[in-house]
Design a protein around this ligand. Structure first.
Ligand code: HPA
Ligand code: ZN
Length: 336
């Protein structure tokens, strides 16, 4: 039988998680106290970790969640805060059987608060090195750009010295696009993506989470992304689905996120079976585990519960995740 233990033992790669989304209410209050940060007095959810956790169970949309996500980040000040945050995630991921994680962070959300990019990066890098030595888990960092901000701001941050230095040093190897999806179509960011591509960076973008499937085709055709984050609304367009299957583009699906943010009512409505039947490659991921009530294994378990997949289906999913990873071929062979 395919139970939690079976799913835990599968060699997992995670491709869609925001390190800032690993901030648990407990760590949020701890860092707020350490850094003397005042949380909103007029929102009773911030009374304590328990009231905040309860609020997290009642998100009504992506934007409703993002308000809490950005507020939560206000407690992250020191490099050691970013390290603690990422280390918390790596420990959870390793316990869930993740061997390789490609994780996002949002530089603009910190730089706009006066926290330097170097502070953020040094904390995340320290945790990532520790994960490799202590947990045997490899990882890669992706800078995500905030699509609700003007494309010019995104480009300025991309071109700033510290950010460029991190690409040149190989500390960051990819860019992504996140935050409010509507009404910010991917082609607004074509200049940013053209520059990143010219520099040899890997490219991904959130598309087709709340936005229409046309955002997925635009991300492919105008941004030339290698991967699509979420992409669940692809199922509404069979022609595009066939095209993506033929191209072998990986979708990074986040089932529990889709339910919590009300993109679907139930995990059963995430198009897992449709993607498997159409030959669309996808991985299963946690997105913002501390906000959505589960890490990667909880997502695997929820998918199994909803779809009663076979051992062969799980082999297909895990193989696609390993082969679609951005690590070297050697590392892929170790995981296969
Ligand atoms: N979508 C868009 N932006 C985000 C998300 C998401 O699921 N999580 C964190 N930032
Ligand atoms: Zn996401």
């Amino acid at each position: 039988t395919i139970d939690r233990e079976f799913l835990k033992a599968l060699p997992k790669c995670e491709h869609h998680m925001h390190l800032e989304g690993a901030l648990s209410p407990a760590l949020l209050f701890q860092l707020a106290a350490q850094n003397n940060i005042t949380l909103p007095q007029d929102d009773e959810c911030y009374a304590n970790a328990e009231t905040l956790s309860t609020r997290y169970k009642g998100f009504t949309s992506l934007d409703d969640f993002l308000g809490y996500y950005y507020m939560g980040m206000s407690v992250l000040i020191q490099s050691s805060d970013f390290e603690a945050l990422a280390w918390d995630y790596f420990q959870h991921a390793s316990a869930d059987g993740v061997q390789h994680a490609e994780v996002f962070f949002d530089p603009q959300a910190h730089m706009s608060r006066g926290v330097s990019y170097k502070t953020v990066l040094s904390g995340f890098t320290a945790a990532s090195e520790r994960a490799e030595t202590e947990l045997g888990m490899t990882s890669m960092l992706t800078t995500c750009f905030l699509r609700h901000l003007p494309p010019k701001d995104c480009l300025d941050v991309f071109e700033s010295d510290d950010v460029q230095a991190s690409y040149e040093a190989g500390a960051v190897k990819a860019i992504g696009l996140d935050s409010s999806e509507l009404p910010f179509p991917p082609d607004m960011f074509r200049d940013l993506y053209a520059r990143a591509k010219a520099q040899g960076l890997r490219l991904t973008a959130h598309a087709g989470e709340e936005g229409p499937s046309s955002y997925i085709s635009t991300a492919l055709d105008t941004l030339h992304v290698d991967r699509i984050d979420h992409g669940i609304r692809l199922a509404e367009d069979p022609e595009l689905m066939a095209k993506i299957a033929a191209r072998g583009t990986l979708l990074t699906v986040c089932p529990l996120s889709n339910v919590v943010l009300r993109c679907v009512d139930r995990v059963e409505q995430v198009p897992i079976r449709k993607f498997l039947d159409a030959g669309v490659k996808f991985s299963i991921n946690s997105d913002d585990p501390a906000y959505f009530g589960g890490y990667i294994l909880d997502n695997y378990v929820a998918v199994q519960h909803a779809f009663a997949l076979s051992v062969g289906d799980w082999e297909t999913i895990c193989k696609a995740a390993i082969e679609g990873s951005w690590c070297g071929e050697e590392r892929k062979k170790e995981m296969l």
